[in-house]
Design a binder for this molecule. Sequence first.
Ligand SMILES: [Zn+2]
Length: 387
Amino acid sequence: MSVAIEGAAQVMRVPDGVPYLRSADEVALEPGDLTLDVAADARIDARGCAVIPGFVDCHTHLPFAGWRAEEYERKVTGVPYEEIARAGGGIASSARSLAAASDEQVLAQAERLAREMLQHGTTVFEGKTGYGLSREGEARSARLGRELAGRVVQPMTLTGLFAHAVPPGFTADEWMDEAEALARECDVDALDIFVESVAFGNEHLARMGRIAAATGRPLRAHAEQLSTMRSVPVALEHGARSLDHLSRIHADDIAPLAAAECAAVLLPGAELMNAEDTAPARALADAGAICVLATDFNPGTSPILSIPLIIGIAVRRYGWSVREALLASTLNAAWVLGRALDPDDVLVLDGPAEHVPYRLGHNPVAVVIAAGEVVWVRPDQAWRVGR
Ligand SMILES: [Zn+2]
């Protein structure tokens, strides 16, 4: 039995056995066929199409409850953030929605969204805790994350973002004691912290690094998003797997990050929707950083789940080539999650790879093959798939 993908205009290939690439020069996009020796039987007509690995979204905030669309409208029409926060907006709003929703409501919404992600080509994704904002709430969030993983088509990893915001009634130092307890008692794959003037500082990042080392989890951090905190040297000293956002990274920190085995996870959807600075992505790529793209899919700052749309924004704003963007959303993103690319996760696009960023807003995904199974065929592309 096999899935035979025939006559593709471009097949994207990366060298065998490399965990990540620091340059897209080694990414090939050549005409060809691809045969998957799997427990399914299908023949796919890929004439005119690019065939690429499934997208890996290594930074989302699933599972969350509800949305914050009114807040978005207030934000774009000029209401100051302080006023929105005073009115109960921001992370606190998502925390209330999560607390008010039943387990089944949370899981059903997240499951629907994961299905929508699959139709946009995401075949592996990461989720986080972080909207619990209490010891019990975060423990529940971790449990729901694992339950979600059992209900979705895609492999899902879970990150404990136990230090997301300082809950009312705590100082940041006091909350770090709770975050440490959560890190020890919850079943998560990695640890994360929001380092920002309104959240946690570099001393808390260092402490999270020690907790990560002690509990055997990779350290990740939301860093240099809204202000320049000089978190990069601290995170590198603690062996971080990734630094995410980096819109405000200090120029002196680009070269050390690029030289380290630590990914620069760039989130152009959040930069756009939250009116943030643009990360120096061209400089990071030129310096040889392990560059990664992700959605930051969350109800506040980036309600975007489409990696093709993220690629479109990145190519335009970062001055990246299509190969660079594809590398950043496949092989390099998988490495952040401690995974190799699954050769049986494959997308057939409805046109060449160059159309992904160019036709901004169009979903180019025609056929999704996950773990060797055809799991999604866009209705207008059904003629491509036969037996
Ligand atoms: Zn995030």
